[in-house]
Ligand binder design. Structure first.
Ligand code: FMN
Length: 189
C-alpha cells in the first residue's frame, strides 16, 4: 500500500481548509487506497525559514521528524488555502526547508477558499515553486469553493457522492504517478 502524506498548510486560528485534509485521510483509508497520515503545519509551528535542512548545524527534532515524513511518503497531497492570490508563508517555509527530498516526489495540489473559485489562483505559483524544487506535480486539481460550508469541521462533505467522485479521479492520478515512479526506481536497481 502506498504511503500518502497529506500536508495541511493552513496554520491560521480557526482555519477551514484543514477540513479537506481530514476528508482525504478518511477517503484514502475507507477506499483502501493507501496508508495516509496528516502532516499538520499548525502542529509543527515552525519558525520562519532561515536555512535549508542540510546546512543547519543542529536541526530541531521537529524539523527532522517533518523531513522524515516527507522522505518516507510515496506521494503527497498538499491541502492549501488561498491567501491574497497566493499560497501561505507556512507552506513556502517548508518547501524551502528541504532540498533533494522533494525531487521526483509525486505531489497533488488541493486548494481551498471561502469564495466561489476554490483557491485556484494558487495553482500557478505553487506549481512553479514545486517545479523549481524538482517535485513532480500531478496534472489533476481538487479545488474546494466555500470550504466552510462544503465540509463540516470533521471533514465530512456536504455532497458526499459528488465529492467522492472528484476525489477518486484526483487520488487516482496521484496513485498512477506513485506507481510510475516506483517502476522507474526499480528499473535502476
Ligand atoms: C490573509 C488571508 C487572505 C485571503 N485571501 C483570499 C483570496 O485571495 N481569495 C480567496 O478566495 N479567499 C481568501 N481568503 C479566505 C480563505 O479562502 C479562507 O480563510 C478559507 O477558509 C481558507 O483558508 P483557511 O484554511 O485559513 O481557513 C483569505 C484569508 C486570509 C486569512
Amino acid at each position: 500500500m502506498p504511503q500518502i502524506a497529506i500536508l495541511s498548510a493552513s496554520v491560521r486560528k480557526g482555519r477551514n481548509s484543514h477540513r479537506v485534509a481530514l476528508y482525504f485521510k478518511r477517503f484514502i483509508e475507507e477506499k483502501n487506497l493507501g496508508n495516509s497520515e496528516i502532516i499538520d503545519l499548525q502542529e509543527y509551528n515552525f519558525p520562519i525559514f532561515n536555512e535549508r535542512l542540510p546546512y543547519l548545524d543542529s536541526p530541531t527534532p521537529e524539523v527532522l521528524d517533518f523531513a522524515q515524513k516527507i522522505r518516507s511518503a510515496d506521494g503527497i497531497i498538499i491541502v492549501t488555502p488561498e491567501y491574497n492570490g497566493g499560497y501561505p508563508a507556512s507552506l513556502k517555509n517548508v518547501i524551502d526547508l528541504l532540498t533533494n527530498d522533494w525531487r521526483r516526489k509525486p505531489v497533488a495540489i488541493s486548494t481551498s477558499s471561502d469564495g466561489s473559485f476554490g483557491g485556484t489562483q494558487v495553482i500557478t505559483s505553487l506549481q512553479f515553486s514545486l517545479w523549481k524544487i524538482k517535485a513532480w506535480t500531478i496534472p489533476a486539481m481538487f479545488p474546494v469553493p466555500k470550504v466552510n460550508v462544503s465540509f463540516s469541521e470533521e471533514g465530512i462533505p456536504a455532497d458526499r457522492e459528488a465529492t467522492d467522485k472528484r476525489a477518486a479521479a484526483f487520488v487516482n492520478e496521484l496513485l498512477w504517478c506513485i506507481e510510475a515512479r516506483k517502476m522507474m526506481d526499480n528499473r535502476k536497481q
